[in-house]
Every structure is written in C-alpha cells, then in structure tokens.
Ligand binder design. Structure first.
Ligand code: ACK
Length: 378
C-alpha cells in the first residue's frame, strides 16, 4: 500500500509567527494538533494565509448560502454531531477555476456537540491529508460567527444509513467487505503517515460512501496526533462514541493507534451481524454488540447464527470465518495483541472477491422508498 506524504511542513513558518519554536521542541511543534492550538489563538486571516498551499478554497457565507438555495429543506442531507449538512453545486461561475461538481456543506452548530476547536481540527487535518479513502475537503468559510465546511459530495451518504436504514435492500456480502477494506485503508493511511494520526471516532456514521461503495472517512474533529519518538501513547480527555471505544482508553485515557483498531473491530461486527454497536432496543445482554458477539466468533456454528439474517445466507462461509477471526483479534482487551491496520488491510483484501447470488438485483425500490421517506438519497 502506498502512503501519501503530507505537505503540512510547508505551513510551519507561518504558524511560527504566532509562537517561535525552540529547536528542543521542534519535533513537538510539527504536530498537526500543535497547529490547531496555534491557529486557535490566531485570526481567520492568519488561517487562510497559512493554509494557502493546501488548495482549500475560502468561501464567503453568501456564496455557500447561494449554492445551497439558502440552506433550503430540499437541499438538506441530514444532521450530524457537527450540525446540519446541505447539498450544493459549485462551478467556475461561482469562482473561476472551480471544477463543476456537487458538494456537501456542513454548517457548524455552535450550540451542538462540537465547537470551533473541532471545526479547526477538521480544517487542519483534512486540509493537509489527502487519500482516496478520506473524504476530500474542498474549502471552508470562517466569517464572523459562521463556521462551515465544503466537501466532495458522497452520493450514498453514510454507512450507518446504508446498513441500518429500514427501507433499503440489504448490502450484499461483497459490498460489505469492500466497505470494510476501504475504511481499513483510510485508517491504515492515518496510522502509517510520517506523523501518525489517531482518528479516535471511527464509526459507521463517519464512513461515507461514493456511488461505487468506496468508503471514505469523514469528520476529523476528534482526530489527534499519535505518539512520537519513545512515547507509546498520548493521554487525552476520553472522547469518542460509546460502543466503539477501546476499554483501556475508556478506563485510563491512554490513547494509541490500537484504540482505533478496536473501533474497527466493532465496525466489522456491525457489517457481519447487521446490528448496531449499541442497541437499547435489544435484550440487556445483547445491547453491547462487542460484548455479546465476541464469544460467538470462534465457533462456526455460533457464527452462522449471528450473521446478518438480511443476507439470507448469501455470504462466503470461509470469508465470514476469516472476517470474524479478524474482528476477534481487533477486539482483544490487550492493545498489543490487536493487529495493525496494515495487517487488517492485507487480511481483508481477498475477502471482497465473492460472487453474491440470488439476493435478486441490488437496486433500491425507488418509488416505495421515496414515499416512506422523501429525504432518502436515490
Ligand atoms: O447518512 P446520510 O445521508 O449521509 O446523512 C448524513 C448527514 O449528512 C449528517 O452527517 C450526510 N453527509 C455528510 N457528509 C456528506 C457528504 N460529503 N456527501 C453526502 N452526504 C453527506 C450524511
């Protein structure tokens, strides 16, 4: 797997304007998190100057209002932890040189779960990181109290919606494996970067899908730099999403790349079983997916019983065994026993090659779907 180099080093001199690094602390100052801290104190003008080499477009609020038809309900895509997301369209009539394309515009709701700091983290991390399995940030708006982000548009929305939506055809086995592989590649890229990044909020709602079910990670508001040098972990305030969080991180705040691997194991279970990581509508002992499913992963008879019934038996048994065994390792209570994300990628690579049969055509029943939920993406 190729690891793209990040270009953020070129931004260091500008941010050092705010606080000059001593040689002793140079390594630490190179971190993306450090840049977030420095820019948090500086003006929006400093931010746009500093991001000048990142190819991010700086939009005005008026421009984004225009391309989303005043954030109309017909352009509304959904509401995330960050705030509402609307569809829009950009082209070179808006700005010379802009590629004509649909976009998704996220509006930061300052009363919501995330704030300016998370917005800044997203701009800085996604502004510097480029990879086929990370959603592309096209630009942002930082005007008065407005904070918005403009992304490439992902026609199939979030994996959460695709996997758990009531009125949809079940995702076939090979598509589930393709999605797992794509998301694993995104995480592996972050972990293997020159300055490793821990994603910290890996979950189905943060994985977006393009028209061919290529998975891309989105929402970097909680991302942070990985440990450097001799350090083995970073200590942080515990953040993330219940049901996906590694037990050692939950208990001690010690964060390593292995915490992301645990969350990946939970996501793999969601894909195998069609169940949510946490589901309060189930009997008590089945509510936490990892706790309930883990003891059943190593036994083929038990495994066959927990595979998503919506697959109607259309899955590759040996592939399911391999995926279940991988999930089991990812969910180890000892972080050191979990595989690295590049091992996860290598293990998943062959599992997507399965010919799904007899589930019928993998198409949505457009008419019915739309009647039930007019906001559903087609
Ligand atoms: O599952 P969805 O349809 O896909 O609903 C959620 C909603 O916004 C809140 O996150 C959708 N969404 C977020 N980012 C994008 C994007 N880049 N392209 C298309 N839909 C998006 C997400």
């Amino acid at each position: 797997m190729t690891v793209e180099k990040r270009a953020w080093q070129s931004f260091i001199p500008v941010c050092c304007k705010v606080e000059s690094p001593s040689p002793k602390h140079k390594k630490q100052n190179n971190s993306l998190q450090r840049l977030v801290a420095l820019w948090d104190l500086s003006s929006s003008e400093d931010l746009s100057n500093s991001l000048a080499g990142s190819n991010l477009h700086v939009f005005t609020f008026e421009e984004l209002r225009m391309i989303t038809h005043s954030f109309s309900s017909s352009n509304f895509l959904g509401e995330g932890g960050f705030g509402p997301v609307h569809k829009g369209f950009i082209d070179d009539k808006l700005r010379p040189g802009l590629k004509a394309q649909p976009v998704a515009v996220k509006v930061l709701d300052l009363d919501g779960f995330q704030g300016h700091r998370e917005w800044l983290t997203e701009v800085i991390f996604l502004g510097q990181l480029r990879h086929p399995h990370l959603v592309k940030l096209i630009g942002y708006c930082c005007e008065d109290e407005y904070r918005l982000l403009v992304y490439e548009y992902m026609p199939r929305g979030s994996l959460e919606n695709q996997l758990f939506r009531r009125y949809s055809v079940s995702l076939p086995w090979s598509v589930r494996m393709k999605i797992a592989l794509g998301a694993a590649k995104g995480l592996a890229f972050l972990h293997q970067a020159d300055k490793p990044v821990i994603y910290r909020d890996f979950k189905a709602s943060n994985i977006l899908l393009d028209s061919d079910y290529n998975a891309k990670l989105s929402d970097f508001g909680l991302a942070t730099d990985g440990p450097e040098g001799d350090d083995t972990h970073v200590s942080t305030r515990v953040v993330g999403t219940e049901g996906y969080t590694a037990p050692e991180y939950l208990m001690t705040g010690h964060l390593t790349a292995a915490s992301d691997v645990y969350s990946f194991g939970v996501l793999l279970l969601e894909l195998l079983t069609g169940r949510r990581s946490l589901d309060e509508n189930r009997p008590q002992r089945e509510q936490n997916l990892a706790v309930w499913a883990k003891p059943q992963l190593k036994n083929l008879r038990k495994l066959n019983r927990i595979i998503d019934p919506r697959l109607e038996g259309q899955y590759c048994e040996s592939g399911a065994q391999k995926a279940a065994s991988l999930a089991y390792q990812c969910l180890s209570h000892q972080p050191k026993l979990r595989p690295t994300m590049s091992t996860v990628v290598d293990t998943l690579e062959p599992l997507k090659d399965f010919n799904d049969i007899s589930l019928g055509p993998f198409v949505y029943t457009v008419g019915d779907l739309h009647k039930e939920n007019p906001k559903v993406k087609l």
